[in-house]
Design a protein around this ligand. Sequence first.
Ligand code: NAP
Length: 259
Amino acid sequence: MLTSIAGRSVVVTGASKGIGKGIARVFAQRGAKVLLAARGAADLEATVAELKAAGGDVAGQVCDVTDWDSVQALIARAEADHGGLDVLCANAGIFPQTKMVDMDPEDWDFVLGTNLKSCFLCVKASIPAFERRGGGRIIITSSITGPITGYPGWTHYAASKAGQLGFMRTAAMEMSRYGVTVNAVMPGNIITEGLESLGDEYLRQMAESIPLKRLGNVDDIGNAALFFASDEANYVTGQTIVVDGGQVLPESLDAMKEI
Ligand code: NAP
């Protein structure tokens, strides 16, 4: 049993759907004050209403994580409404699938901007709030794709997710002076609105390649984020946890047939 995080101020980006929504729900269920962020107001309002109906102390803020002013306003809102900032979950991300032969340079910039530069913007914006608080936690949603595995169509995405880990290691060193830890969750294939858009055949084949024989769910990632945010993880920084049902383990297709 982890020490209670009730009352802590948590910001989750990309929280109107998918993994971000799962992270927000896990924290809200444990009594944290959660500020959810996303670009689309309608989805955000619906998610906030759902979590509130379940008893969560939650609010929503429309925010584009690629926009510096928007990110600063997000952190300011958490401080103003929730009395400070304790946990930042930099989760927002996109994964359009395009092979390099069809990829425009603008496609590359858009994915790197949304997934990687946004981490820098969110962490930078949070520094004064963490300094005022005297400590805190940053949890980045990376991926197995890039740091460990590859998949055609995702060179930009893979680079952004591996880049997040490079960013994390030096950010962990810089943030240590503020008493802030910086860690990353590396999900495998998790059932979300974004993943479902890749189609039933993708989901079926993916489940077959995973030793636990199923895709993950968003709570699996929320629980890993909760550990990094807990008091018990206070001496863990610059580290990663893979949450993938064993997906990166098989050495070959035959290895899967043996289990
Ligand atoms: P999703 O279902 O498509 O949800 C993405 C969320 O991010 C939405 O709330 C979306 O809302 C928000 N978002 C996108 N661009 C944004 C921006 N510029 N500013 C603010 N919010 C933005 O995606 P997901 O599957 O949950 O993925 C979430 C994170 O997990 C990503 O970083 C992804 O790389 C990572 N991940 C996912 C999987 C997986 O299997 N699902 C695996 C590994 C890693 P709006 O569009 O309204 O802004």
